[in-house]
Design a protein around this ligand. Structure first.
Ligand SMILES: C[S@@+](CC[C@H](N)C(=O)[O-])C[C@H]1O[C@@H](n2cnc3c(N)ncnc32)[C@H](O)[C@@H]1O
Length: 271
């Protein structure tokens, strides 16, 4: 079990866990889902095409990517003909997203915003809002996590849809369909060493990342995180409590329903 006192309360703040320390080792050669080898590029393509399929979005639709990280879905979806706004709290991520956009010759809107207060200029603007890859439950105070769900609701046009995706949930831990401790092989024989544990008392996944070279020299020292993880029932209740309706759970981007073999959980809900 990770010692809780090693995890800073606002571990998600700029310049601690996220930034280069996160996006460098996120580019793994090993894959991200259990027994499923795929590159970051292949994963991003699979997810982006799945988002369009599950949300049934017409080209040109306005999509909010919250948080967008270093922009992998924002850029891919913009390249596929959608109108993207990506928001994130981390400047280094936004800068990488901007540079990668220039390289791919696309111009998404990129804004530095806090998920708890996306600001009213973004209210009622979007046909869809996406929350990708284990990006919900940062905050210790449950009210703040609910506030993020409310901001997703606020971002949408009437009838707009939210898609929330994670590869970690209490069901997946119980059914053993999520990867826990792992060493991921990176470019140049570098390695990402992930140590993590689910704490059933706090209902949080507590963990840390360290990046080393092939012989164990540290490139990015160990940094800690703690995410509240939610079951499908908990997500459904929270989404309903802020006003969402027609809530569905999928177990992959192919569209089958979430079940005890699923390696991903995708909630789609309507405003
Ligand atoms: C796990 S990454 C995922 C990013 C992206 N969705 C993806 O799939 O690559 C989580 C992101 O959440 C951002 N983040 C953390 N706390 C935030 C906050 N309070 N407001 C906005 N963004 C935040 C981090 O900066 C990071 O880019």
């Amino acid at each position: 079990m990770i010692e809780e006192n090693k995890i800073p309360n606002n571990w998600w703040r700029e310049g601690y866990f996220f930034g280069k320390r996160y996006f460098y080792p996120d580019n793994s050669k090993d894959g991200y889902l259990m027994n499923q080898k795929e590159t970051l590029e292949e994963k991003t393509k699979r997810e982006s095409e799945g988002i369009i399929k599950l949300l049934d979005l017409e080209k040109g639709s306005k999509i909010l990517d919250a948080p967008c990280g270093y922009g992998r879905h924002t850029i891919m979806l913009e390249s596929l003909g959608y109108d993207l706004t990506g928001i994130d709290i981390d400047k280094e991520h936004l800068l990488k997203a901007q540079n990668d956009s220039i390289e791919k010759k696309v111009i998404p809107t990129l804004l530095k915003r806090d998920l708890r207060n996306i600001e009213t200029d973004l209210y009622g603007q979007f046909d869809a809002t996406i929350n990708m890859f284990y990006s919900f439950g940062f905050f210790q105070n449950e009210k703040e996590n609910v506030q993020v769900m409310k901001e997703f609701y606020n971002s949408l046009k009437p009838d707009g849809k939210l898609l929330l995706h994670t590869d970690v949930s209490p069901e997946m831990i119980k059914n053993n369909t999520t990867i826990k401790q792992s060493i991921r092989e990176l470019e140049n024989n570098h390695r990402l060493i992930i140590l993590e544990d689910y704490n059933p008392t706090t209902k949080r996944m507590e963990g840390s990342w360290e990046t080393t070279d092939a012989i164990g020299n540290v490139i990015f020292p160990r940094a800690f995180y703690s995410m509240r993880i939610y079951s499908a029932n908990e997500f459904e209740e929270m989404a309903e409590s802020v006003g969402f309706k027609d809530i569905e759970f999928y177990g992959s981007f192919n569209g089958e329903h979430f079940n005890n073999k699923s390696k991903e959980m995708i909630m789609v809900a309507r405003k």
